[in-house]
Design a binder for this molecule. Structure first.
Ligand SMILES: [Zn+2]
Ligand SMILES: [Zn+2]
Length: 133
């Protein structure tokens, strides 16, 4: 039995449960993440689709399909907070920021970003020692 993790939105109408640790924990600098989420880069915790489900308030979310990218934003219809987004591979991505907000501003061991993806597409330089791909 692997560990379970939970996050909830600001108004707590929606709870998302993840089974086991994220498959990917990294920063993503691609333009898709920027455009979908209006962030300079995405702090990704990624689970495969079947590892993550809405355990409370599944009827309280809106799933917005991006008009031309194979990505969705899943957000609470009350408070508007994005719970997760999907990518072209069908994975479900939770922001490290949301996870930290729901866990006393901490990430579990092994959840911290260990790389930068698509760093060549960045709009902001990052001065750290993580591998940049
Ligand atoms: Zn909410
Ligand atoms: Zn990205």
């Amino acid at each position: 039995m692997s560990d379970q993790y939970h996050v909830h939105c600001d108004c707590q109408a929606v709870t998302v449960t993840m089974q086991g640790p994220p498959r990917v924990h990294a920063y993503c600098h691609c333009e898709d993440c920027r455009e979908l989420l209006q962030v300079p880069y995405h702090s990704v915790l990624a689970w495969e689709a079947e590892q993550l489900h809405i355990s409370q308030g599944a009827d309280q979310v809106v799933s917005f399909q991006h008009p031309h990218k194979r990505m969705q934003r899943i957000f609470c219809k009350h408070c508007g907070e994005v719970l997760y987004n999907t990518n072209a591979m069908g994975w479900k991505l939770i922001s490290q920021q949301l996870f930290k907000k729901c866990h006393n501003d901490t990430l579990p061991a092994g959840f911290g970003a260990n790389a930068h993806f698509f760093y060549d597409r960045r709009v902001i330089d990052i001065a750290d020692n993580l591998p940049k791909r």
